[in-house]
Ligand binder design. Sequence first.
Ligand SMILES: [Zn+2]
Length: 309
Amino acid sequence: MKRLISAKDVVAAAEHHKNIVVDDNTIVTAQARDVAKERGVLLQSEAEAAAEQHEEAPAQEHHEEVAPQHHVVKEHKHEEKEPALSADELEHLIAAAFEKGIWTKDDIDTLVGKKPAASNPNIVPVGVSGRHIHLSKEHLEQLFGVGYELTPIKDLSQPGQYASKECVTLAGPKGVIQKVRVLGPVRSKTQVEVLAGDTFKLGIPQAIRLSGHLEGTPGVTVIGPRGTVVLNEGVIVAARHIHMNPAQAAERGFHDGQIVSIKTGGERGGVLDNVIIRVTETGNLDCHIDTEEANALHIKCGTTVEVVR
Ligand SMILES: [Zn+2]
């Protein structure tokens, strides 16, 4: 559980001549830090607190470093203007946002400049995928004509991948879905990625798979402007995953195949489990979820989520 240290906690610690132990799960409000400075309360890691108790020499260094600095406390008396919110009100606001999950500890650390977003190994950008299809060269030609080439209209987060101008129609035993975007470039095998809800509309079973794992998946009929392809397999509901290259994985302490969770705050905040880390040479850091998952948790494309390992 996360722990919030407010100015009140610091005042209480000062009155008892105690310091406060903080760890990665502790959030200290800005006002609490100011009060700690003023009152000479140390915000220590467990290791520092232990070192102070057991070792004489390093403890002295600590004292010099963080002795109460009354001489640097700023004078605010000359400021006549009333602030819109008092320090107390601000602190309540921040504490409430934290409690409600509107801000995570990482968000607050980033907002107060304690931690640049890029340096936090658990914060990853999100890309939201709608339904789409990857085509083999053979199927592209069957659907669009011999010698046909895709027309890229938008680069995707993964290097070399793009959305094309072309769309196809999917037809299953129960229904049809039009305007399914073709992503390029062509692949060795055709793969259709649909939303869970689409499988009900099409009337096909749901196979939650990572890209490329198509054995035993259902098929569908794909209709293009120049022809039709009947797939015996290849329709998946994409398993949520996080792309990265080996350097990004090493830097952040992830490995290929690792299963993690992702967490987001806000009114519809929550946690999604079973997110698979995919480390490939051509990967680039991006967490891929589909529009149903994103809508359920109010996650927007281009925002970030926190990885929980
Ligand atoms: Zn992906």
